[in-house]
Design a protein around this ligand. Structure first.
Ligand SMILES: [Zn+2]
Length: 356
């Protein structure tokens, strides 16, 4: 045995660490390019017309969005307005006026007046106004349960009985309720070397909730209790109901909550890293999965979604906004036509009566 291979101590150890430091590459300087030569299918147009059930278009010009939609086979986009009150109604009217059969709107839950005794009735009145302006849903964002506080300063619970009449009314009105509850698993983990989205979170530490007093699973449980309680209402779990890292858990929730649908927006980076499991999930729950993107409407963005859903292409970049999630690539799930048709369009039509 040469003395080089034995344990090293003292000065020799210091020399060794110094040599290692010189070859260490900073993470931000590491940009590996794949050496794989794989088949590339360019999907210019989707195999069936597409309804994007999850997007945010408030700051955009409807004409520009329509131009993108026409170029890549998007029949209809649902704008989830992020405004409330008159500003929201104005945006909804703007899209309706531009092309009533190409755009729908989902309203944003207005927490203004939460301290008022009549907040529930106030909200129900607001829902009616949204519907008068053509709203096809109401969205509850992740602040509900995580950061929003009531008049007493306490964190609001999603399953607080106080809000039950709101969901009851949504059921009566046939107004789907979209929940974006919690966030990706990594956002609730410490921002450290073990975190799979370390680079993204290091750049945006305010996206992390590892010090939140409420856990991810608690938030999802609160949300699920509401969905279970209001069987007369239809719920949409945005972003795979925030369970895309664990499709077994997502399947359990789908089985337990028949009035829950999900959208796949912004979750191809998870789905596309587990293509066998994801494909089986798409096939099994084909009637309850909605196409959505949650990304700036751009032709290439839509085409990557189509490539993911339609082809068996391997190891390609996922659609994303400028802040990438991680250094992984995705695989296509080559959905059969009867599943594609439902995911792209037919399931959304069930929630969009004006298009039927
Ligand atoms: Zn969104």
């Amino acid at each position: 045995m040469s003395e080089e291979t034995g344990p090293v101590f003292g000065d020799k150890f210091v020399d060794l660490m110094r040599a290692k430091a010189e070859t260490d590459l900073r993470l931000s300087d590491f940009h590996p390019r794949t050496a794989l030569k794989t088949v590339v299918h360019r999907i210019e147009l989707p195999r069936f017309p597409v309804i994007d059930f999850h997007n945010h278009l408030d700051s955009m010009n409807p004409k520009d969005v329509l131009a993108v939609m026409d170029r890549c086979g998007v029949e209809h986009v649902v704008n989830i307005t992020m405004q409330v009150g008159d500003r929201a109604l104005k945006i909804m009217d703007r899209y309706y006026a531009a092309a009533p059969d190409r755009f729908s709107s989902i309203g944003w839950m207005d927490w203004g007046g939460i301290e008022r005794r009549d907040f529930t009735q106030l909200t129900i009145d607001r829902l009616h106004r949204l519907i008068e302006h053509g709203a096809c849903g109401i969205k509850f964002w992740k602040d509900f349960g995580l950061t929003l506080r009531g008049g007493d300063g306490e964190l609001l619970r999603i399953d607080d009985e106080r809000f039950a009449p709101i969901f009851e009314e949504c059921g009566k009105l046939g107004l789907p309720v979209m929940f974006h509850t919690a966030d990706p698993t990594a956002f609730f983990d410490p921002i450290d070397a073990d975190n799979e989205r370390y680079e993204e979170l290091a750049a945006h530490p305010d996206w992390g909730f590892s010090s939140s007093p409420v856990s991810r699973r608690t938030l999802l449980a609160q949300r699920n209790r509401v969905i279970a309680r209001h069987t007369g209402a239809t719920f949409v779990g945005a972003h795979c109901a925030e369970s895309s890292e664990d499709l077994g858990f997502l399947a359990e929730q789908m089985d337990a909550l028949p009035n829950l649908l999900i959208d796949i927006s912004a979750r191809t980076p998870e789905l596309g890293r587990q293509p066998y499991t994801a494909r089986a999930f798409f096939l099994k729950y084909a009637d309850r999965i909605l196409f959505g993107t949650d990304l700036l409407p751009e032709v290439e963005m839509y085409r990557i979604y189509y490539r993911f859903l339609e082809t068996a292409d391997e190891y390609f970049e996922y659609p994303s906004h400028v802040s990438r999630q991680g250094r992984w690539n995705i695989y296509g799930v080559f959905l059969p036509d009867e599943v594609l048709r439902k995911v792209y369009r037919e399931n959304a039509l069930k929630l969009l009566p004006k298009l039927r």
